[in-house]
Ligand binder design. Structure first.
Ligand SMILES: *Cc1c(COP(=O)(O)O)cnc(C)c1O
Length: 461
């Protein structure tokens, strides 16, 4: 069965327009020209009775959407913590869609299973984590955290003689959950999804960079009567800081507890020898969540849930019921994820890793952190601007003399649209938050970022 000329034209048009969009990113403002209310009208009509040619649908879609597409893929986008959707990954995604694989099992899609297994093996190696860990390729760090938490729940309850998969949580024995007071909202969402509640969690005190306090952790652990789940963080969303892993993990393991690490972006620093000491000991944890669509610039949506005890991850996730190793000697993607039918979302990361090589990944992580240091140094040298964090990864936060001035400066920078940092709050002060996470960002881009913030701040003085 061959494609119709119209179908071929549609796929061709998508490729052409993808190239035009990415080529055009440098010449346009980073934020979209049209905001939600302005663009919504274009898509507000009822579904027409009759269809349209495939090519015309694609041409029209691109024409109508582009002004409402944010420049997240731009090397001058510094908001939130995003990635850059590296073109080699985008190209691989096109193949994934064309292949139309249900990537649940190695039997159904042998090539995808083998490719994704390579991604898992390569990432464990790059991240310095145990080679025989279980890995699920999931949609992002929120689900990766959720899966890690669900696996911890499985193990901690099994040790108390409770089979949570069979018997649920009603009437189950309890275990405490401890988390740093400056954790991201994603692991808290994971606790909700896992039935552990976000309110019964013990929040452990942190220092001025948001790192968990060892004294406070020891005190909270002393109060635990059963082994707890403790959630640590590699990369605080504002400061980019790392918890003191070696000491904290040793304290938790002495109680028989489970350590899960939210390393959505920060865990990638392990891939660079010059940076990895900042996370020393993180490899001793029991489970980790990390994104592929942030520091590695994989197209959205891709992340990894990594669990040292692979059978525990499979027992918690598999849709086959109880884990029976004899079911398949092969590596089946759906055994380690919440999904059954699933997109082959690891393939784009395979292409990116193969494109960069080990050296390229190391260079990328080093460059992102060096550029963050550079922009922080430029901003710190400007009177009236306070850089509020010790820059230890790729995150920088800066404040003006008052919240009103900070808000006004950020609004002006975003209005001009040459660069795009976003907002945040740290220790009661509003901040301009910058995340250097795009594969394409170079020194000229962060210099422009510093120039724009300084210009806006001077304009308000
Ligand atoms: C982005 C982020 C998350 C959530 O990850 P998603 O990929 O958006 O689901 C969790 N924790 C941290 C520290 C993050 O930066």
């Amino acid at each position: 069965m061959t494609l119709t000329p119209d179908e071929s034209a549609a796929i061709d048009a998508a490729g052409r327009m993808a190239i035009a969009f990415r080529d055009g990113l440098g010449a346009r403002t980073v934020p979209p020209a049209l905001r939600p209310d302005a663009i919504a009208g274009r898509f507000a009509g009822a579904l027409p009775q009759g269809g349209a040619s495939a090519a015309s649908v694609i041409e029209q879609l691109a024409a109508e959407a582009t002004e409402g597409v944010h420049g997240h893929a731009s090397p001058r986008f510094f908001g939130y913590v995003c990635g850059g959707s590296m073109p080699v990954g985008v190209a691989a995604e096109t193949l994934v869609s064309a292949w139309g694989q249900n990537s649940a099992s190695s039997w159904e899609s042998p090539a995808v299973a083998a490719i994704e297994e390579a991604v898992c093996r390569w990432c464990l190696d790059l991240l310095g984590l145990p080679a025989d860990s279980g890995v699920g390729i999931v949609t992002g760090a929120t689900i990766a955290n959720t899966q890690g938490i669900m696996t911890a729940r499985h193990v901690l309850l099994a040790r108390q003689g409770w089979d949570v998969e069979a018997d649920g949580l009603f009437g189950a024995p309890e275990f405490p959950v401890l988390i740093g007071a400056d954790a991201h909202s994603a692991p808290l969402a994971g606790l909700r999804y896992a039935g552990l509640g976000s309110k019964r969690v013990v929040q452990v005190g942190t220092d001025d960079q948001g790192r968990i306090s060892l004294a406070a952790l020891a005190e909270s652990l002393d109060r635990c009567t059963t082994p707890p789940l403790v959630i640590l963080q590699a990369g605080q969303i504002n400061t980019g800081a790392f918890d003191p892993f070696a000491e904290a993990i040793a304290l938790v393991h002495a109680t028989g507890g489970w350590v899960h690490v939210d390393g959505a972006f920060g865990l990638w620093l392990k891939a660079a020898p010059s940076l990895r000491d900042r996370l020393a000991g993180v490899e001793d944890a029991d489970s980790w969540a990390v994104d592929l669509h942030k520091m590695l610039s994989a197209p959205f949506d891709a992340g990894l849930c990594i669990v040292r005890d692979r059978p525990a991850l499979v027992e918690s996730m598999t849709a086959r019921g109880a884990y029976l190793p004899s079911l398949s000697a092969n590596w089946d993607p759906s055994d380690t994820t919440l999904e059954l039918s699933r997109r082959a979302r690891g393939v784009a990361s395979y292409a990116i890793l193969r494109h960069l090589g080990r050296q390229g990944v190391e260079d990328l992580m080093t460059r992102l952190c060096t550029l963050a240091e550079h922009v922080a140094a430029r901003l710190a040298a400007e009177p009236g601007l306070d850089v509020l964090n010790d820059v230890v990864s790729n995150q920088v936060i800066v404040a003006l003399a008052s919240d009103d001035l900070t808000d006004a400066a950020l609004a002006e920078v975003q209005r001009r649209g040459h660069v795009y940092p976003s907002h945040g709050e740290w220790r009661g002060r509003k901040v301009i938050r910058m995340s250097v996470t795009n594969y394409g960002t170079q020194i000229a881009d962060v210099d422009l970022l510093a120039d724009e913030i300084i210009l806006a701040a001077r304009g308000l003085a």
